[in-house]
Design a protein around this ligand. Structure first.
Ligand code: ZN
Length: 225
């Protein structure tokens, strides 16, 4: 374990933090200082062949060698532990568009880059809001086959099927994101695949019984705080 109080910051690390975060070099230095101050809670990730130790704090990485911070990096992805905590705190809803999603697909945006170990410093977003783009489902269409199969399994008219599928589309839960392909789930109905603007059926449950009443969000840090 390094003696965090003795760590010196190298120019290379400042340069990297400056470029990666698009902040001034002074701010980059402050950021690294804050990181080091929180070093005690960083997680040790391993040592490379040159003896450089890697530590992770949230999504930030510190490369330490002989009480020197020799390099820095940051990843967009946060640990599943942080994602799980924020996902639970927001009842799994995007804080911008309210789309429900699985904890494995959540995106996290930090509000103040200089604050660490503070859950309230994060916003939980769906992948679309993270990219500042409209929800891909907004213009998505169910395939003809999907509409047909839905009508069949529900035993209702085509018009009613289309109107129910419209409600379903608004409340699909995002399960998996894999490049341009996604999977969405609807409770008591099944799983849909999204690809190139189209929604098709991956599978329906044996007994389908979809409810069109939207399950209200149970909790949010905004309400409890
Ligand atoms: Zn969203």
């Amino acid at each position: 374990m390094p003696d965090w109080k003795k760590i010196q910051i190298t120019d290379e690390a400042i340069e990297k933090a400056h470029r990666m975060n698009s902040i001034s070099k002074d701010d980059a230095f402050d950021l690294l200082l804050d990181l080091i101050e929180n070093g005690e809670s960083a997680k040790f990730k391993g040592t490379d062949q040159d003896g450089i130790e890697l530590y992770r704090l949230e999504n930030e990485y510190m490369y330490i060698n002989d009480n020197l911070l020799v390099n820095y990096s940051r990843r967009n992805r946060y640990s599943l532990k942080i994602a799980t905590e924020i996902h639970a705190a927001e009842d799994g809803r995007c804080e911008n568009c309210r789309r429900a999603m699985d904890k494995r697909v959540v995106q996290i945006r930090k509000i103040d880059p200089f604050i660490f170990n503070e859950l309230s410093n994060y916003v939980l977003l769906c992948p679309d809001c993270m990219m500042n783009q409209p929800d891909v489902l907004e213009n998505a269409k169910f395939t003809e086959l999907a509409i047909e199969r839905y009508q069949e399994i529900r035993g209702i008219s085509l018009e009613q099927s289309i109107s129910e599928l419209d409600l379903i589309k608004k409340n699909l839960v995002l399960l998996v994101v894999d490049g341009g392909r996604r999977k969405y789930w609807f409770p008591s109905l099944g799983v849909f695949t999204f690809h190139q603007g189209q929604l098709s059926i991956e599978h329906f449950y044996k007994d389908v019984n979809p409810s069109f009443e939207k399950k209200p969000q149970q909790r949010s840090r905004k309400w409890s705080g």
